[in-house]
Design a protein around this ligand. Structure first.
Ligand code: CA
Length: 521
């Protein structure tokens, strides 16, 4: 009996102290470590650092060592609209394509140059050597479709965000209380509340200086067309196409959009919206809330909830998320959500001599241990396991913005293909954000997103030829209508005719053919 207990105790102690990976099940190569070169480049971390604790841990587990050969790091411009970084072009021009290439906005780049041989197709490699990736894609076929290039192959493993919620409607609930108003439930009530903010001096300084609706990004103001059953975008990218019952459309050509713009122009003329909404820019939220002037906005949960710290300076300050007001037809939708797949991630260079080991290495990041490493850093250093969950160490949470701390140790890198774990973020979201997310969860306001298409060379040509001028025209008229220099209702037929003339139909046609090819299964 005594012996048995002792043996059991030793076993228990071994289980407690032996690391989970002691059996070597994550090891990919035996003997000497296999070195693979990597170009990794992102606005936040311009080169791959071999001394990142996360890289060190991955080396220990897999016996694969990544060696940084990143070129063009200083040239990265990571511009929103170019779709590819200068660094990738420099790398290609140098003629040296490393074994692994990780970057922000790599999708269009690999889909263009992969079929020409610069990157390896991953489909068969995944099928034969990457059980965790295969299981992931089998479970999420829409992600597989979204990843597929025009030739039917997959050329990169993306960064896959987790969590559904991004932005919400926010309002000064203490102002509502002060004026004896309820949280607005409909577009009409929302308008009445914004007007009361403008005319009834909720900040109490005797001046009509309140800015009822404001936005850091002006397209968030345009997004209010959803209150008139219009749409402003089909994805988390502004002005994007959308899919309605399998058909590609552009939001800025719809009648709900027309009606929404007409009403938003009226709101703007009546002072219910920041007169500087198109120019104030990213400091709008910080300035207008800190100065006790801003009443309502549409912005991210986590960062906006943080402004409740102002309650220590502004008596009674409370800025809370509220549910999307019902539209004129009674629909409540939240158009913005996190997209489940990003154009960022990593790919295998076309000259890589170890494709099997490399796909196994990519697969490692989709194992339980690898995913935790990608999300939370190194156990015992950055987090501890508590009741089966990774919980950040308090000193790590206290060390500054958690996102930044994670980049600095090699975690949450968007130039790496990995599946984010939303639990990493919940641990540092404040009560106002969590309360708001619960409210949005309860109401189920999110709508489906357009996950993008991959063009073949002919489609790409058509898109490149027409889309720029169509888009410019749309945005130019949009602003003229809001600012009141033209009337959307009077101009609508001419506007439609001009869109046709500029080639919107041709653009929609190639979008549709790419979409049908890509998502027909
Ligand atoms: Ca005032």
């Amino acid at each position: 009996m005594r012996k048995l207990s002792l043996a059991a105790a030793i076993l228990a102690a071994t289980a407690l102290h032996a690391p989970a990976y002691a059996d070597g099940h994550l090891q990919i190569v035996e003997g000497d470590p296999l070195e693979l070169t990597i170009q990794m480049n992102h606005a936040r971390y311009p080169v791959y650092k071999e001394d990142w604790p996360v890289e060190q841990q991955a080396r220990e587990w897999t016996n694969i060592h990544l060696v940084d050969v990143t070129v063009g790091a200083n040239m990265t411009s990571d511009s929103e609209n170019t779709g590819r970084t200068e660094a990738l072009n420099l790398m290609l021009a140098s003629g040296n394509i490393p074994d692994i290439v990780g970057s922000s906005r790599i999708k269009d780049f690999v889909n263009q140059y992969g079929p020409e041989g610069a990157f390896m197709p991953l489909n068969d490699l995944i099928e034969e050597h990457a059980p965790n990736l295969k299981a992931f894609f089998d479970e999420k076929p829409h992600i597989r479709s979204a990843l597929t290039a025009a030739d039917g192959n997959m050329y990169y493993i993306p960064y896959l965000p987790d969590g559904k919620y991004g932005r919400a409607y926010w309002i000064r609930t203490d102002w509502l209380d002060k004026l004896g108003l309820d949280v607005p439930e409909t577009v009409d009530e929302y308008e009445a509340v914004l007007r009361a903010f403008k005319t009834q001096d909720p900040n109490g300084n005797g001046e009509a200086d309140e800015v009822p609706f404001f936005a850091r990004q002006w397209p968030e103001f345009i997004r209010l067309v959803t209150l008139w059953d219009g749409r402003s975008s089909g994805s988390d990218t502004y002005h994007d196409f959308m899919v309605v019952d399998g058909e590609l459309q552009h939001p800025y050509a719809g009648e709900g959009y027309r009606d929404g713009i007409s009403n938003l122009a009226r709101w703007y003329a009546e002072g219910l919206v920041d007169t500087e909404v198109f120019t104030r820019g990213s400091s709008a939220r910080d300035f207008l809330l800190s100065e006790n002037l801003g009443g309502s906005t549409h912005d991210w949960f986590a960062s906006t909830s943080g402004y409740n710290r102002l309650s220590s300076e502004i008596d009674g300050f409370a800025f809370k998320a509220f549910a999307p007001p019902a539209s004129v037809s009674g629909k409540r939708i939240e158009e913005h959500r996190r997209i489940p797949i990003k154009p960022d991630g990593w790919a295998i260079g076309g000259f890589n001599k170890h494709p099997v080991e490399t796909i196994k290495y990519f697969d490692f990041w989709f194992t339980e241990e690898g995913r935790r490493l990608a999300n939370f850093g190194v156990e015992g250093m950055h987090y501890d396991m508590v009741d089966g969950k990774a919980i950040f160490k308090q000193e790590f949470l206290d060390a500054g913005p958690v996102n930044r701390s994670l980049y600095q140790v090699g975690s949450q890198l968007q130039g790496r293909g990995y599946f984010q774990d939303y639990n990493y973020e919940i641990q540092w979201s404040n009560e106002f954000a969590l309360e708001g997310i619960a409210l949005y969860d309860e109401g189920d306001y999110l709508i489906d997103q357009f996950l993008g298409v991959a063009f073949n060379p002919e489609e790409q040509k058509v898109y490149d030829k027409y889309w720029g001028s169509v888009r410019d025209y749309m945005l130019e008229r949009q602003q003229a209508w809001i600012l009141g220099s033209a009337d959307v209702m009077a101009e609508w037929d001419d506007y439609q005719a001009q869109l046709e003339k500029l080639g919107l139909s041709q653009v929609l046609e190639v979008m549709q053919s790419a979409y049908n090819r890509q998502y027909s299964n």
